[in-house]
Design a protein around this ligand. Structure first.
Ligand SMILES: Nc1nc2c(ncn2[C@@H]2O[C@H](COP(=O)(O)OP(=O)(O)O)[C@@H](O)[C@H]2O)c(=O)[nH]1
Ligand SMILES: [Mg+2]
Length: 450
């Protein structure tokens, strides 16, 4: 281990404000305080002080707060200088602190130190970033629950269940004479089932949390003039995209972020799918297809007044990405008669709307929430990320594989090995098991000064 640097950054956002805060963390804090303030303030006492430059002139004056290690955000000595919120004032202070031994902090470095000093685990550290970025009150509540450790506690509970199972299996391997055909034990199957149910509960909560944070992405596709841009505008509640009666109006991908009961919905309006447009339109269609492959769902809009059987979709479906679910939107129902009734036909779900009158739009919103498994009721949702869901599903695959090894081959060692893998995947969530690379990726996405 090399020596630990003392880091400094503005903790308040750039720009003008009533107060600007500079935060310093690391072993050199007492020395730096002595130079810039003339003395080290009393611990945890708001102390009025002048912040001095190299000529003992005042850069700014304000409050100094000293939090001695380990009772600080980072677990190190921390000094906060609360001065006036001007960009030049703050930068002068930061520059002065660098002169006398500090180093400019990387994004997320304060929180990374808090993690390394066991002030919080990785899921909690991520919850801090989620709290700062939260786009709705539901997202704030979920991030706060994660920050307070609810999500980590769920993961630890699950890890304990896996460990218990693993201990049970390993005991059977180590002492084969004590329990005859131990691995065939009824009780073991029941234990596996209990762990699997436990996974269901945690995954449900994490999925909901990921939705609050990341939302879902839908791409609106269909023939030119079907009413795609009109649908986007209706969902957005304002004229986000240009609507005309001229086919081929939309060429670029138009993106809007909409909120459905707290769930962020990223809606992309695209160029209509047809052959024989000009090069610009062709490029638009190519982009539409790229976006479709990345979407959680495609809303395929059909002009029901002209195409009541939805033949446009049947013609296009072969050219659509195979793995992305589709909902057929029968639009212009204000004009149309004789649209096939939803449930009588096989194929993708159908929703009948009018982007002109707004009929059916609420049903479409409800449908989107249902597709993503989003619940409006706030049942202890925690904030979670795609990374967490991936670790959870990896852990679950290990457990399933363990169960298969048990049933098919009675291979105790392999069962134990899979369970070890599951435990490790779960540990990645809270950060008990992590690589430098993963940590780097997580903290670099934070803002500077956090
Ligand atoms: N009557 C009626 N007209 C619609 C409806 N939705 C769209 N339109 C009209 O259909 C035309 C094409 O709409 P637009 O949203 O630009 O279609 P896009 O090419 O698929 O984006 C415009 O003249 C719209 O006013 C609808 O629900 N009812
Ligand atoms: Mg359009």
């Amino acid at each position: 281990m090399g020596k630990i640097d003392t880091i400094v950054a503005a903790a308040t956002p750039p720009g003008r404000g009533g107060v600007g805060i500079v935060r310093i963390s690391g072993p050199k804090v007492p020395e730096i305080a002595a130079v810039i303030l003339g003395e080290l303030p009393l611990p945890r006492r708001a102390t009025f002080a002048r912040f001095l430059d190299s000529h003992q002139d005042t850069i700014d004056a304000g409050l100094a707060l000293f939090f001695p290690a380990p009772h600080s955000y980072t677990g190190e000595h921390v000094l906060e200088l609360q001065g006036h919120g001007g960009a030049v004032v703050i930068e002068s202070l930061v520059a002065r602190i660098i002169e006398i031994g500090g180093r400019r902090a990387q994004p997320g470095e304060f929180t990374q130190r808090a993690f390394l000093n066991d002030k919080l685990d990785l899921a909690q550290a991520e919850a801090i970033a989620d709290l700062i970025d939260a786009g709705s009150r539901a997202a704030v509540r979920a991030a706060m629950r994660s920050l307070q450790g609810e999500f980590s506690a769920m993961i630890r509970g699950l890890t304990d269940a896996v460990i218990e199972l693993r201990t049970y299996v390993e005991a059977a391997i180590d002492f084969p004479e004590e329990e005859v055909d131990f691995l065939a034990d009824e009780q073991l199957a029941e234990r596996f089932q209990a762990v699997s149910d436990h996974f269901d509960g945690v995954e449900q909560s994490a999925r909901q949390g990921r939705l609050l944070r990341e939302g879902m992405t839908v791409v609106i596709a269909g023939r030119p003039n079907a009413g795609k841009s009109s649908l986007l505008n209706k969902l957005a509640g304002y004229e986000a995209a240009i609507v005309t009666a001229i086919p081929g109006t939309t060429r670029d991908v138009v993106r809007e972020r909409i909120d459905i009961d707290g769930m962020p919905l990223h809606v992309l309006d695209t160029a209509g799918l047809r052959q024989g447009g000009d090069v610009v339109e062709e490029e638009g269609i190519r982009r539409a297809k790229v976006e479709m492959t990345r979407a959680d769902r495609v809303l395929f809009v059909i002009d029901a007044s002209e195409d009541p059987s939805g033949s446009a979709f049947h013609e296009e479906s072969g050219r659509m990405p195979p793995d992305v679910p589709v909902t057929l939107i029968f639009n212009k129902c204000d004009l149309a008669v004789g649209i096939p009734v939803a449930d009588t036909m096989a194929g993708p779900p159908r929703i009948t709307v009018s982007a002109a009158t707004g009929k059916g739009i609420d049903a479409l919103r409800a449908h989107l929430k249902l597709c993503m498994g989003y619940q409006t009721v706030d049942t202890g949702t925690v904030s979670a990320r795609q990374r967490h869901l991936e670790s959870l599903s990896r852990a679950r695959r290990n457990v399933d594989e363990a169960q298969r090894q048990l049933q098919d081959r009675r291979a105790g060692e392999l069962v134990a090995e899979e369970l070890r893998g599951a435990q490790q995947a779960l540990n990645e969530i809270t950060g008990e098991f992590t690589t430098e690379d993963l940590l780097g990726r997580i903290f670099s996405s934070f803002c500077i000064g956090k």
